[in-house]
Write a protein that binds this ligand. Sequence first.
Ligand SMILES: NC(=O)C1=CN([C@@H]2O[C@H](COP(=O)(O)OP(=O)(O)OC[C@H]3O[C@@H](n4cnc5c(N)ncnc54)[C@H](O)[C@@H]3O)[C@@H](O)[C@H]2O)C=CC1
Ligand SMILES: C[N+](C)(C)CC(=O)CC(=O)[O-]
Length: 485
Amino acid sequence: MARKAAIIGGGVIGGGWAARFLLNGWNVSVFDPDPEAERKIGEVLANARAALPALSDLPMQSEGVLSFAASITEAVEGADYIQESVSERLDLKHRVFAQIQQSSHGVPIGSSTSGFKPSELQEGAADPSVIFVAHPFNPVYLLPLAEVVPSARSDMALIERVKEVLREIGMFPLHVRKEIDAHIADRFLEAVWREALWLVKDGVATTEEIDEAIRMGFGLRWGQMGLFETYRVAGGEAGMKHFMAQFGPCLTWPWTKLMDVPEFNDELVDLIAGQSDAQSGHHTIRELERIRDSNLIGFLRALKDRNWGAGKVLRDHDARRAVALAAEVPQGAPMVMARMQVLPGWIDYNGHMTESRYLFASSETVDAFLRFIGADVEYVKTGFSYYTAETHIMHLGEARVGDALTGSIQVLAADEKRIHLFVRIEKAGEVLATLEQMLLHVDMAAGKTCAAPQMILDRVLPLAAAHDALPRPDAAGRHVGQRKA
Ligand SMILES: NC(=O)C1=CN([C@@H]2O[C@H](COP(=O)(O)OP(=O)(O)OC[C@H]3O[C@@H](n4cnc5c(N)ncnc54)[C@H](O)[C@@H]3O)[C@@H](O)[C@H]2O)C=CC1
Ligand SMILES: C[N+](C)(C)CC(=O)CC(=O)[O-]
């Protein structure tokens, strides 16, 4: 049965948490007194649905059920995990924890706070041991980092369980060992922000010039190696020691105004906001979110190919899910093997899903089937695999961006060397395309077909026999231009 997350506070960050849990198969109950919360979460969720599936190489899990509760008590009822994401005010957070703990006992309560220490959050709580910081980064559904900060009063066994929950939903829990205001990452963001405010206030640079200075240079480097590994490389062959010797003295030169804070008055706010409008005001916030998400997807995908940094987290998440998927027995015949989401990049100039994506959707379906019968990545490493010899596609309907698709498999026939498959790509029961495909078992080194091993035949031959009882699809055996019978 799906587990339940309660999200208290459904703004920018609560909405992101809701999407992250839902798309990873959890049921989610949100409480937020804002009458607009449901609409806002719906928009965040639409962006997440368009973005997150693009990071996975496995079919997405079935989405959990989203509900909106009328009270905190209703939201937390039966919850396995609670995430507080209300506005950054300590008195408000204390009130919310008190209400949560009137009806929830022993359930982990993570706080999204950007800066409060866990010991501050725990003050006056009925059970402080279950309250801790789980600080995410926006967009929560795409960025893996969650700083997990316990205090001396925390239940450390519970913290370990929480870290596992975060890994299960594809996140990277960074255990912050010593509590400190603003944890680790926000201290950097604060430093950069202060410096940038000074540069604008002093008329040295505009908001746009500052953003170019970041995104054309060091921002790209930081996303893949962070600070210290980057500086190690910058030290040349002599590494970090040389870097420190060369740039250490600059720390005492006037390279920063970090010690001072510019006066945060209306003049400064207007200056920054005006420049920001001139820079980006031609896009709505939702447009900017979608631009940000597709840039992040490209970046994360590149890191995933290299199994590096945040890309390694994505690979580990796929590997964990692959084990769970392999243990799952697909239901029904034909067997639903893949669930997909039509992404913006899949749409062509006709405004519907482009033809190459039907082959892609079928590949996802057939790959899941091959993993199911044991011809998975580990098997391929032994030098054997299935190759596609022939495909016939029939286009029967249209898909639009955001549509949820399923890919199902009917085994038409199978023997030692061949698997003859019929794939249906469907949207809510409507068949959009069928693909008939012949797969051949090959010895990859020899470049020749050969018999599949018994362990694969033991899985595929009974399926072929069982699917023999299904009606043979009309489209099976058709060729291009053939008249309908
Ligand atoms: N916006 C950001 O970039 C990040 C924010 N955070 C943290 O996440 C938390 C939330 O921030 P945002 O989502 O940005 O703020 P937000 O203003 O977008 O959302 C806060 C939500 O809390 C709701 N709320 C207020 N009182 C409530 C109550 N008693 N019960 C339930 N909901 C209530 C509001 O209606 C609002 O929808 C803060 O602690 C913030 O520091 C963490 C990471 C990044
Ligand atoms: C600006 N901020 C302090 C709320 C930022 C964060 O807490 C994390 C983020 O997503 O940048």
